[in-house]
Ligand binder design. Structure first.
Ligand code: ARG
Length: 570
């Protein structure tokens, strides 16, 4: 559709120039002004002429009428001026030839912009804190982060996904102390990350009653920092155990990372940045701590060193950003975290700017809202947090139950139940604008006939089933468009790239989930109203199979952008 929009826009500009040679509007501006009318009676595309009426000193009605007069273009069926709008109706046959041809030719590249080619994006996401629970608060960073990675990769960027593990800090002193007091190798090996979390919760409780334990924990952490062999061994082991657990969740989501360099990696990279801050006179001592004053910028100070000289969260982020710039020479560095960390990012981004790093404006924080859960009590061993793993497990179990009723003989049903259960959670979560706080209602997420993951995955499976029931189709045969639902489906398919661009521009995977619903809706209307395998003749049948293939391709490509599995059978 972008190409068509540009062709129409070029024609519009040409007409406007005829009307007034001083018009400065260029083609891309005109293309950006083209809208999709909410009511198809008003055309497939429309240009509102109100804004330009000011600069052109001419009534919108007159401008629209002038453009419409004798407007002819290959894919345009007719064009008309109505109340200051220039409305364009596309020729369904020609549009279909163009769009379906392109989808089938480009396949898994259909809809991909190319503006990222030759550029690198570094994405910091998921990043759980080792030995603390991997809970539903991490759902956002994990799936939004990965979707943004897929979107950028689709647009040609080289992407580096970094899991910036919270693998350093006083919690390890606590954990080591707790392990020595109450833990054992067997218990941890058996209980995995849960056993670690249990130890962590236990020591935190114990510390409130016996403060010497806190001193002990601090001492253990100091020993770790000094490279004590025993403590280092325990520390590494705790990380491995935690990672093993996270990997299970990542595997369910089909997520992999390119780097697991966590906070600990930057220990020896911080002093240089601290020194630079000092040398540049940016650091101030405040009540013993070292800070960068940001009052001028309307923010509280950024903490660099605690009173005892130890480093802090912003210190590490600054050192990590410098390292990543040197290592990957990124064009963009994206950080996906809860909106609760927005101030932290605004602060240290500012510090990076003050330090004179000219890439400060390539740092992007992508915040998201909170998640709460309604109606389902998820038992956890860790108090009031809900583990991501348990949320997925519950969804999978429910889907398996539904499938057992609907289709008990389905081959590979366990894997499918997992894909649909996880997909339901992901799709539900990504259906909202990321910044909104969401309330998770499992029943809604799992419904097969709402705007849900199961519904769109089911639609994908439907396209597969139609194609596999057919004896194939002739790719090269011409299309014969006969029903309005065919043209409507094609129009939706034609908008894929625009949606991809918008999702990238706004860091908003929900643009893709909404688009997937549009495609699924259009395909299902087509499916219900147009007989495919029983079509009236071979030409129509072949056309409908090609449309099915095109819908399958677009759905599949879009699923790939939001961690949704392509379920061929449901
Ligand atoms: N580990 C942190 C947490 O769980 C998130 C890290 C985000 N990334 C960063 N570069 N600060 O809250």
């Amino acid at each position: 559709m972008l190409e068509i929009k540009n062709a129409i826009a070029a024609k519009i500009v040409e007409k406007l120039k005829e009307l007034n040679p001083n018009v400065t509007m260029d083609v891309s501006e005109a293309a950006a002004m083209l809208e999709y009318p909410p009511d198809p009676k008003m055309g497939d595309l429309a240009l509102p002429c109100f804004k330009m009426s000011k600069t052109m000193r001419m009534a919108p009605v007159k401008i629209a009428a002038t453009i419409a007069e004798g407007f002819d273009l290959d894919v345009v069926e007719r064009a008309e001026a109505v109340n200051g709008y220039f409305n364009i109706f596309l020729n369904a046959q020609k549009l279909s030839e163009k769009v379906v041809g392109e989808v089938l030719e480009k396949g898994d590249k259909y809809g991909a912009p190319t503006f990222g080619e030759g550029k690198t994006v570094v994405l910091d996401y998921s990043s759980p804190n080792v030995a603390k629970p991997f809970h539903i608060g991490h759902l956002g960073t994990t799936v939004i982060g990965h979707s943004l990675k897929m979107l950028h990769e689709f647009a040609g960027y080289k992407c580096v996904g970094i899991n910036y593990l919270g693998d350093w800090g006083t919690q390890f002193g606590k954990l080591i102390t707790a392990y020595r007091l109450w833990g054992s190798k067997d218990k941890i090996e058996e209980g995995g990350v849960d056993a670690l979390v249990e130890l962590y919760v236990r020591i935190n409780n114990a510390i409130t009653e016996d403060s010497t334990l806190a001193d002990q924990a601090r001492a253990e952490f100091r020993k770790l920092e000094e490279g004590d062999e025993e403590n280092l061994k325990l520390w590494k082991w705790f990380i491995d155990i935690s990672l093993e657990e996270y990997q299970k969740t990542y595997a369910q989501l089909n997520i992999t990372f390119d780097s697991y360099k966590g906070e600990s990696f930057y220990t020896d990279k911080m002093p240089a940045q601290v020194q630079k801050l000092r040398d540049m006179g940016l650091m101030k001592i405040d009540d013993g701590a070292s800070i960068v004053d940001l009052e001028e910028y309307g923010m509280p100070p950024c903490l660099i060193l605690k009173r005892d000289g130890s480093t802090l969260y912003p210190t590490r982020d600054i050192a990590a950003a410098v390292y990543r710039k040197q290592t990957y020479d990124f064009d963009k560095a994206i950080y996906v975290t809860s909106a609760g960390q927005s101030l932290h990012f605004a602060q240290w981004f500012k510090v990076v700017e003050l330090m004179g790093y000219d890439w400060y404006d390539k740092l992007v924080h992508v915040p998201y809202g909170t998640v709460s859960i309604n109606g389902e009590k998820l038992a956890t061993r860790t108090g009031n947090v809900i583990l991501l793993r348990d949320l997925f497990a519950l969804a999978i179990e429910k889907v398996a139950g539904i499938m057992e009723e609907k289709n008990p003989n389905l081959e590979g049903k366990e894997k499918i139940a997992e894909q649909i259960g996880v997909g339901a959670v992901v799709f539900y979560y990504l259906s909202n604008n990321r910044i909104r706080d969401i309330n998770f209602v499992m029943e809604d997420a799992l419904s097969f006939d709402g705007n849900t993951g199961p519904y769109v995955q089911y639609t994908y499976a439907r396209t597969c089933s139609v194609l596999s029931k057919s004896a194939g189709y002739d790719r090269d045969a011409a299309l014969t468009i006969t029903a309005p639902e065919e043209g409507e489906l094609v129009k939706v398919l034609s908008r894929f790239e625009e949606n991809v661009r918008e999702a990238i521009d706004t860091y908003e995977p929900s643009v893709i989930t909404r688009y997937i619903l549009d495609v699924a809706g259009a395909y299902n209307r087509f499916y219900h109203n147009c007989s495919i395998l029983g079509a009236e003749n071979e030409a129509v049948k072949n056309t409908r199979l090609k449309l099915t293939e095109a819908a399958k391709t677009v759905l599949g490509n879009a699923f790939g952008l939001i961690c949704l599995a392509k379920t061929e059978k449901v």
